[in-house]
Design a protein around this ligand. Structure first.
Ligand code: FES
Length: 168
């Protein structure tokens, strides 16, 4: 399943008021590109395309320069992200303990793949490198919650738990 529809909906609904306020705050300060982009990401959860055009125009920088910054730093996201970010570790210890089966199970249950977001914006899924808790392999995280010794059954329990959480 593609995440394109979620992107299109989000792009249509972008209200630039907040982006303009963030730019106003930093407009006259030197080195303002990073704080402006960080502010926009905090406000919108990602950096929507219309805000990139706005920043380019108001800060008088090339959009290509902004894309350079956004793609260089892993903290920035160009697509809408889910409320719940599911990360499955695919580092060596987790791989040996069956991380692939866990990943495939999430893919099957959620209908999305790596770095994709469900259409309802509830979940984003990411494979990640070692999370530093190899003793608990295979490891998954949902936002800041850690789930060790993952099994297929635990995948279902996690999805049930976060399906029941409110979106607001
Ligand atoms: S390899 Fe998965 S936590 Fe280290």
């Amino acid at each position: 399943m593609s995440n394109a529809p979620a992107e299109e909906i989000a792009a249509e609904e972008i209200d630039l008021t907040e982006a303009n306020e963030i730019i106003d705050k930093y407009l006259t300060l030197p080195g303002n590109l990073m704080p402006v982009l960080q502010g926009i990401q905090d406000a919108y959860g990602f950096v929507p395309k219309p805000t990139i055009d706005l920043v380019a125009e108001r800060l008088n920088v090339y959009p290509s320069q902004i894309y350079g910054v956004l793609t260089f730093y892993a903290q920035f996201h160009l697509k809408p992200r889910g409320k719940f970010i599911i990360r499955v570790c695919v580092g060596t210890a987790c791989h040996v303990q069956g991380a692939e089966r866990i990943t495939e199970t999430f893919f099957g249950r959620l209908g999305i793949g790596h770095a994709e977001t469900t259409e309802d914006l509830r979940y984003t899924f990411e494979k990640v490198a070692c999370l530093g808790a190899c003793g608990m392999a295979p490891l998954a995280m949902v936002n800041d919650d850690t789930y060790g010794k993952m099994t297929v059954q635990k995948v279902d329990e996690i999805i049930e738990t976060y399906n029941a959480r409110p979106m607001k």
